[in-house]
Design a protein around this ligand. Structure first.
Ligand SMILES: CC(C)(COP(=O)(O)OP(=O)(O)OC[C@H]1O[C@@H](n2cnc3c(N)ncnc32)[C@H](O)[C@@H]1OP(=O)(O)O)[C@@H](O)C(=O)NCCC(=O)NCCS
Length: 227
């Protein structure tokens, strides 16, 4: 069997090529809906809810200045010769995994649509210095592509990106959090292996601008601080 090349790509928020942009919007939609169908217990949102979304909602997910969508691709295709995939390849090859990194807003900034991560630094409750906080959302790897390290690669790419945003603003700490179903051992192990620890804290989740109810879900908040 040919060994697969693995790529993790951060999707753009705009694209001059309308055809590629439309493919990104619809592939992101199809991937997300498939993940809600295949692993409904892993997410606080539901297929029945998101399958009703208009195209504009899916597009706004990609355009959201607070959200960064990472896609994992594993391919035996020999044509991608560079370390990074071109967008034409990202839309041509099947997606094996996805993860969305969301910059968490303070209560004071919640609701203001134009905020960017750099406007959302929060007081650091441990070190008394500002920090940026990101939540990892919507993690899903297609069943056939599991165990290849794609989940780990997606997390590493998201952490590196969040850290780079923080460093860009000075030597700030960054807090990464994820809400995991307490019985989702695969995900708990995955995040633990990446350096996350359970906090015991209870928080609400947020997808786009829509708060999601986690009341009926037994969830564990995991966090990782990067200085
Ligand atoms: C959880 C999930 C993303 C893991 O993706 P993956 O690409 O298979 O994970 P990786 O191959 O990168 O595994 C990395 C580590 O995670 C842990 N892990 C992954 N799958 C596991 C499983 N089924 N059981 C126990 N540990 C597991 C292991 O520690 C593994 O390291 P190892 O292979 O060296 O032992 C995938 O199973 C999935 O999409 N599940 C459904 C959706 C979901 O639960 N999302 C998370 C919501 S918070």
């Amino acid at each position: 069997m040919l060994s697969k090349k693995r790529f993790v790509t951060l999707l753009p928020k705009i694209c001059d090529n309308q055809g590629i942009w439309e493919s990104l919007v619809s592939q992101q939609k199809e991937f997300r809906l498939a993940s809600l169908k295949v692993a409904p217990e892993a997410f606080s949102s539901k297929y029945e809810r998101e399958s009703q979304f208009e195209r504009s909602v899916w597009e706004s997910r990609l355009k959201n200045p607070m959200a960064f969508t990472f896609v994992a691709i594993a391919t035996e295709d020999t044509s991608p010769s560079t370390a990074e995939l071109r967008l034409s390849e990202v839309v041509r090859l099947p997606w094996a995994g996805m993860l969305v990194l969301v910059a968490v807003m303070d209560e004071a900034t919640t609701g203001a649509p134009s905020h960017t991560p750099s406007e959302c630094f929060r007081p650091h409750d441990k070190l008394d210095t500002p920090h940026l906080e990101f939540q990892l959302n919507a993690m899903f790897v297609q069943p056939a592509a599991r165990g290849l390290g794609l989940g780990k690669a997606l997390i590493e790419a998201a952490i590196a990106y969040g850290q780079a945003v923080s460093e860009d603003k000075g030597s700030l700490s960054t807090r990464f959090t994820v809400l995991v179903g307490s019985e989702n051992l695969a995900a708990i192990n995955l995040y633990r292996k990446a350096g996350f620890k359970a906090t015991g804290e209870e928080v609400g989740g947020r997808i786009d601008t829509v708060p999601v109810s986690l009341e009926d879900t037994d969830t564990t908040l995991m966090e990782m601080w990067v200085d």
